[in-house]
Design a protein around this ligand. Structure first.
Ligand SMILES: NC(=O)c1ccc[n+]([C@@H]2O[C@H](COP(=O)([O-])OP(=O)(O)OC[C@H]3O[C@@H](n4cnc5c(N)ncnc54)[C@H](OP(=O)(O)O)[C@@H]3O)[C@@H](O)[C@H]2O)c1
Length: 237
């Protein structure tokens, strides 16, 4: 599905990847772009309509869905991360619970709220912003990895469930991207605008998954190997 002439709703679109999704949708000729965000005050972006939504709050989600009932492309982008000492750290359970609220249950809540809206359209799509972390061991990101892997699994079930119902479901996997989320992590990072371009191109090409950077493409190619990347990451990752 092409974002040209679509009506796009993006969660967490006041900054980072979400804002890049909003700007690029407008640039590509989307009819309307709703930028979902927790705090709309002071947000000004040409061609982009700010809408209050907190993905942990069902009341705000229902209000946003009512306001944006013309949506044809939903982008579940809002997400949070946490750095911890590893899988056995004292705070692993608390951080996992916190991250699941946004990164997993948030995706479910928003998707449920937009289900009937999307099913009513002749062409509709959902993009779920996932990560290379679903296949990559990074012990200091254990809660984040678990929450994104749960969201990946949900994406796969959702895609299969919706495939005869005219809703394209696209999972976006990418490594480190240069946004606030990765501030202070000193590694090579993808440009958010490049990630968004790859993603919208994949959506237009009718794809179900997009690997938006070279590292993630290489990582995925190891999955059928005897020692896949989630056991021993390929060099450079
Ligand atoms: N950066 C990376 O390396 C990377 C890699 C792979 C995947 N991702 C994923 O990409 C997505 C966007 O992340 P980013 O890199 O752009 O990070 P970011 O710059 O930190 O932006 C995160 C966005 O999510 C919003 N958000 C957080 N909790 C929310 C909630 N409960 N309800 C609504 N919005 C909420 C934030 O809003 P506030 O401004 O109100 O906090 C912000 O707009 C996330 O799903 C992330 O996991 C990022």
């Amino acid at each position: 599905m092409d974002v040209k002439n679509a009506t796009v709703f993006i969660t967490g679109a006041n900054r980072g990847l979400g804002l890049a999704f909003a700007r690029e949708a407008h640039r590509r000729g989307a009819v309307k772009v709703y930028a979902g965000m927790r705090n709309t005050s002071g947000f000004k972006e040409p061609g982009v309509v700010p809408v209050r939504i907190d993905v942990t709050d069902r009341t705000s989600i229902a209000a946003a869905a009512e306001l944006a009932a013309d949506t044809t492309v939903l982008i579940n982008n809002a997400g949070i991360a946490a750095l911890i000492d590893g899988p056995l750290a004292a705070d692993v359970e608390a951080q996992s619970a916190r991250l699941f609220e946004t990164n997993y249950y948030g995706v479910i809540r928003v998707t449920q709220a937009f289900e009937q809206i999307l099913l009513a359209k002749p062409h509709a799509a959902i993009i779920n912003v996932l990560s290379d972390i679903v296949w990559l061991p990074r012990p200091y990101l254990t809660p984040y990895a678990a929450s994104k892997t749960a969201a990946w699994s949900y994406t796969n079930q959702l895609r299969y469930h919706l495939r005869e119902r005219g809703v394209q479901v696209l999972g976006l996997h990418v490594g480190f991207v240069d946004t606030d989320l990765t501030k202070g992590i000193d590694v090579p990072k993808a440009n958010p605008d490049d990630v968004v371009r790859h993603t919208y191109d994949a959506l237009a090409a009718g794809k179900s998954e997009v690997m938006a950077d070279k590292g993630t493409t290489m990582l995925k190619s190891t999955l059928a190997a005897e020692v896949p990347g989630y056991i021993t990451p390929p060099p450079g990752l």
